[in-house]
Design a binder for this molecule. Structure first.
Ligand code: ADP
Ligand code: MG
Length: 789
């Protein structure tokens, strides 16, 4: 295997030179692996694993592992990894990005690092952009891994938790990025450790990495409650529950603060809504709403727990008696109170958990990524994800011709010319793929093509399956296909018979995208694996991007330029203008993503803290100690909060403090203060009491049979406050955009206020937990006293 010198000294030459050395080492092993039997090949996996157990470094095994995978692939799939594919695999295995154009065989490249990391048994996640590709890749590449003795799993949406668990237990797991993220969120909503499906993160291999980490940057994964509820339901439920009598239709347990319907109550509800059995799964929502409306009625008292102000329900802080600005109860309870008061029911905020997909992937200690287009965004990958981009030489030289843009003075002139051009190409039988930047634009193109009486495939509103099968036929003779730039990503367009002689696939772009990267994706549809092909963009100076990002300059330009009869502008300045604008646009998009990511970082850290606390509650062995940890600082926080206020501390504040402390330590005698006392003095008085209380708690908790119940309850406390906090953070984020007019750095301000919100939430969690533990302690205390008598 000799490698052309020119390739070695291309852009990433220094990095590549070292990789080529390893490639020759892999090549040298080829003959010895060829001589092994299938059984002996498989045995290598066991040997590698043993070496790892003995402490050998994974990267030490890399050369042999790659040679082994290549040999297995030859036998199982009849495909021998090209040298450049080995290089792609080496880059990935180091947690970096391999840029390899479409058709270079990235799926096969992934077999190498996924096998290598799969040897550790810690779980490799191979991420694709759609389910179809996950299945396809798992079925194809999975054969190599299984042949070599590794287990392979497929993670699909809607799988039941046991199947998911099995999929995650595999050495290598394929699936859609979003689904992995959703599993993470669901795992962190679980109430039992055994319900969790994921293992600790280890290594993710992300296909089409730019799509996942850049294009999807703004879309968070959100787990939401049930949404399709008739807005009137809250009102109907309120009306009905108002007619219910206590102890007859429902019961209310003051101690546990719980409500429930009696048999009679249930019957009334069933009659009112004419349902057979309220406990049926399909009536879950109705049941939930009825319970919430009952809670709203008996547990929330107007002017005590809330006030009605300007048609809105405002909650009152039970510790300070102050209305809490912008606070709402979740899970439809707020709406139930609104309905009870006959107010307009607000829309429910149903987010239960959310994370952006990048933040999800940033939790992996190591990510490798592959795509046809990454170099343009190298800075972003570098700065935000510390990943380097290496352009891998193509297996065969690219002979595709990328022609200069044709620029028109009006949009209509452009589309008219597009249709003409398509007609002209089509007359020769050469297939054309027309790329658009939006579905709307696709339809516009379709209109113009129809006017020319051309037959074409329009890839709008198709299922992924249809999209893939249509796009894969785009290289057949006479084919005309209209698709958005991203449609059918990951699907190879093979040339039909005789198409190479016609010049291969003609890709006609109809608008520059906001990023050159996406334009390159479109171009990459043509000229795969050394095929011939042509690409060209027809654009107009009336195109969206230009209007949006260079309005003023455009006005000036319009006065200067001249167009011919067809509307074509020939001045160089026009194409320079377009390129410049695209760069401005890229910069602006990058700025936005960077800004959002910075904002996200803050919530991200908070999420990890909260999930950590949740884990302690869920998994904690010495659960008493975890409980105690929540209590340890609370009285001091309570005192601090009081004295940190801007306003002077009043006697009434101290009275309230006394009441609160009593709730935390129900078995102790808490002093009341008759004069405004100094902070240090109060601490001095409280400290010995608290120091006496804590060991009691520990002792009682150790005996308590309700421990698991308590554990669950406390998890709910954490969840509830976290949900509310997320809503507040969302509001803070919305507000921060407006504040940037003010002099202060909005990021700093966001950071500061986010911290305050988080501290408030932490305090509320501590407080609720302390009160709950206090109840249990006081319960046991009574019992013990009873025994003593
Ligand atoms: P990419 O994801 O880079 O666009 P794919 O992984 O979809 O490319 O592969 C494109 C095609 O090339 C597939 O049909 C695949 O089977 C084939 N292919 C990949 N690597 C090899 C190889 N080493 N030898 C033969 N065919 C290969
Ligand atoms: Mg691919």
């Amino acid at each position: 295997m000799s490698i052309p010198i020119k390739k070695i000294f291309s852009a990433d030459s220094r990095k590549l030179r070292n990789f080529y050395k390893e490639v020759s080492a892999i090549n040298k092993l080829e003959s010895s692996y060829e001589s092994l039997s299938n059984e002996e090949l498989k045995n290598q996996t066991t040997i590698f694993k043993e070496r790892l157990l003995l402490g050998e470094d994974l990267m030490n095994i890399r050369t042999e592992a790659f040679a082994l995978v290549r040999e297995a692939s030859k036998r199982i799939l009849g495909m021998r990894h090209f040298d450049v594919q080995l290089i792609g695999g080496l880059v990935l295995s180091e947690g970096n990005i391999s840029e390899m154009p479409t058709g270079e065989g990235k799926t096969l490249v992934a077999s190498l690092p996924s096998y290598l990391h799969g040897l550790t048994g810690k779980g490799v996640h191979v991420i694709t952009v759609n389910e179809y590709l996950a299945k396809r890749d798992k079925e194809q590449i999975g054969q190599i891994h299984e042949f070599l003795g590794l287990s392979v799993g497929l993670n699909l949406p809607m799988m039941d938790p046991n199947d998911k668990k099995a999929a995650y237990a595999a050495d290598i797991t394929y699936g859609l990025g979003a689904e992995f993220g959703f599993d993470y969120l669901r795992d962190n909503m679980a109430f039992e450790a055994s319900m969790r499906v994921q293992r600790p993160f280890y290594f993710a291999l992300v296909d089409e990495v730019d799509s996942v980490l850049i294009d999807e940057a703004k879309t968070p994964l959100i787990i939401a409650g049930k949404t399709d509820v008739h807005p009137n339901l809250s009102h109907l439920c309120a009306k009905l529950s108002k007619s219910f009598k206590g102890n007859h239709d429902y019961t209310f347990d003051l101690h546990t603060k719980s409500v429930s319907y009696t048999e009679e109550g249930i019957e009334k509800i069933e009659r009112y809504f004419s349902v057979d059995n309220l406990y049926d799964l399909e009536h879950q929502t109705l049941y939930h709403y009825m319970i919430q409306s009952l809670r709203a009625r008996v547990m929330f008292i107007k002017d005590v727990d809330y006030i009605v102000k300007e048609g809105k329900v405002m909650l009152i802080d039970m510790f300070t008696g102050r209305p809490m600005e912008g606070r709402t109860l979740s899970n439809g309870l707020h709406q139930a109170i609104e309905a009870k008061e006959g107010l307009v029911v607000t829309e429910e905020n149903k987010t239960q958990a959310s994370i952006t997909i990048q933040n999800y992937f940033r939790m992996y200690p190591k990510i490798g990524g592959m795509t046809g287009t990454a170099k343009n965004e190298e800075k972003e990958f570098n700065e935000l994800y510390s990943m380097e981009v290496t352009q891998i030489p193509t297996n065969k030289p690219v002979i595709r011709k990328d022609l200069d843009d044709v620029i028109f003075d009006t949009v209509d002139a452009k589309y008219f010319a597009v249709a003409e051009k398509v007609k002209e190409i089509h007359a020769t039988g050469q297939p054309v793929l027309i790329g658009t930047t939006s579905i709307l634009q696709s339809e516009k193109v379709a209109d113009f093509l129809s006017k020319e009486k051309l037959q074409f495939e329009l890839l709008n509103a198709k299922t992924i399956q249809q999209e893939i099968s249509l796009i894969s036929l785009a290289g057949q003779k006479n084919a005309i296909t209209v698709a958005t730039n991203m449609a059918g990503r990951g699907t190879d367009i093979l040339l039909g018979e005789g198409v190479a002689e016609l010049g291969g696939l003609f890709v006609l772009g109809t608008e520059r995208h906001e990023s050159r990267r996406i334009d390159n994706q479109l171009k990459g549809r043509s000229g795969r694996q050394g095929d011939p092909g042509i690409t060209q963009f027809y654009i107009s100076i009336e195109d969206d991007m230009l209007q949006r990002f260079a309005e003023e300059e455009l006005d000036k330009l319009k006065k200067k330029i001249k167009a011919d009869k067809k509307g074509i502008i020939t001045q160089k300045s026009a194409s320079e203008f377009v390129s410049r604008t695209q760069r401005i646009c890229e910069g602006s998009m990058y700025g936005m993503r960077e800004y959002n990511l910075k904002l996200d970082n803050i919530l991200n850290e908070q999420r990890q803290t909260i999930y950590g606390i949740r884990d302690q509650l869920l998994f904690g062995e010495q659960i008493e100690e975890t409980f105690i940890r929540f209590l340890r600082d609370l009285p001091y926080h309570e005192i601090e909060r009081l004295f940190d206020q801007d306003a002077e501390v009043q006697l009434t504040d101290l009275a309230l403090l006394s009441i609160n402390l009593q709730k935390y330590m129900p078995t102790e005698t808490i002093p009341t203060w008759e004069f405004v006392t100094e902070e240090a003095q109060i601490i001095e008085e409280i400290q010995p009491i608290f120091n006496e209380y804590l060991p009691k708690v520990n002792e009682l908790l150790a005996k308590a049979v309700e421990k698991d119940q308590l554990r669950l309850y406390l998890i709910q406390v954490v969840d509830t406050h976290w949900l509310r906090h997320m809503e507040s953070m969302e509001r803070l984020k919305e507000g921060i955009g407006m504040r940037s007019y003010a002099q202060e750095d909005p990021m700093r301000q966001y950071e500061r206020e986010a911290l305050i919100l988080f501290q408030q939430m932490s305090y509320l969690i501590e407080r609720d937990i302390a009160i709950e533990i206090g109840k249990l302690v006081s319960h046991y205390n009574h019992q013990t006293k009873g025994e003593d008598l």
